[in-house]
Design a protein around this ligand. Structure first.
Ligand SMILES: O=C(O)CCC(=O)C(=O)O
Length: 253
């Protein structure tokens, strides 16, 4: 769901609207939300007050919505207040029973024109998760620029890379290019879910994409907030690798 993260709309209203959209999905879906869609990926002055634990109110609300709809829900990311007192940009994935099946702390923090590198701790663990849609490999936004991370996810069996983001409009062509590159080089699906609208004065790029293992764009949003849907057949991963077995020719790693 390419959410328009308009931070002038009260948080409770944005949460309610997003949960309503999740509950509209049918039960054979994997629903993906963007990075930091509730606190705002760019309003980092508010991250401390918005920090929550993994069983906090946002996680609980997402778990209930996943269970009510019977969907797998990648809930995008929250500002996690870790047990060690540090904050992390943490993604949460819920099963259709509402159970928290995986969490991923963003490994590569963005430090260029964002406070993230100073305010969030770095994640240390690669995360994959077996689902009916194939084995998911989890990454977040800036991670997309680091191909070595995706090779490691590939080696752990990832077939569908899920990348929530708050990627700005001014570099949206990098986003589109890198999403396709990660799909082509690893022969995987890439589900790249961005924010739309404007956050803290920064135009967001939109253009969420679903890319298949051949690098073809199966579905792509425009710049506006919307629900983007696509049907994916995970068998295409094995077929692409069999038809064009480039991964067998790796010499390093
Ligand atoms: O790499 C980029 O251009 C954007 C990254 C970003 O916005 C983020 O990781 O929050």
């Amino acid at each position: 769901m390419q959410l328009d993260v308009d931070l002038s709309v009260p948080k409770a209203d944005r949460l309610a609207e997003t949960l309503r959209l999740v509950r509209e999905r049918a039960d054979d879906h994997l629903v993906v939300l963007p990075e930091l869609w509730l606190p705002g990926g760019w309003d980092y002055a508010r991250w401390d007050e918005d920090a929550e634990t993994l069983d906090g109110p946002t996680a609980q609300a997402l778990a209930e919505a996943a269970r009510d709809a019977g969907v797998w829900l990648h809930g995008g990311s929250i500002v996690e207040r870790g047990d060690d007192g540090a904050h992390y940009n943490t993604s949460l994935v819920f099963g259709p029973d509402g159970a928290l099946r995986a969490t991923y702390r963003k490994i590569h923090r963005f430090g260029f024109d964002s406070g993230e590198a100073a305010l969030m701790g770095p994640g240390a663990d690669l995360v994959t998760l077996a689902t009916p849609f194939g084995t998911l490999g989890l990454a977040t936004c800036y991670d997309l620029r680091f191909p070595e991370m995706f090779r490691l996810l590939l080696d752990r069996g990832a077939e569908v890379l899920v990348v929530p983001a708050a990627w700005p409009a001014r570099r949206v062509e990098h986003w589109r290019l890198l999403a396709r590159a990660r799909a082509v080089e690893n022969q995987v699906f890439v589900l790249a879910c961005n924010t739309a609208g404007s956050q803290a004065g920064l135009a967001q790029g939109g253009h969420s994409v679903v890319v298949d293992p051949w690098g073809e764009i199966v579905a792509e949003a425009g710049p506006e907030g919307r629900v983007l849907t696509a049907e994916i057949d995970t068998a295409l991963v094995a077929k692409t690798r069999a038809d064009f077995p480039v991964l067998k020719d790796r010499r390093v790693g």
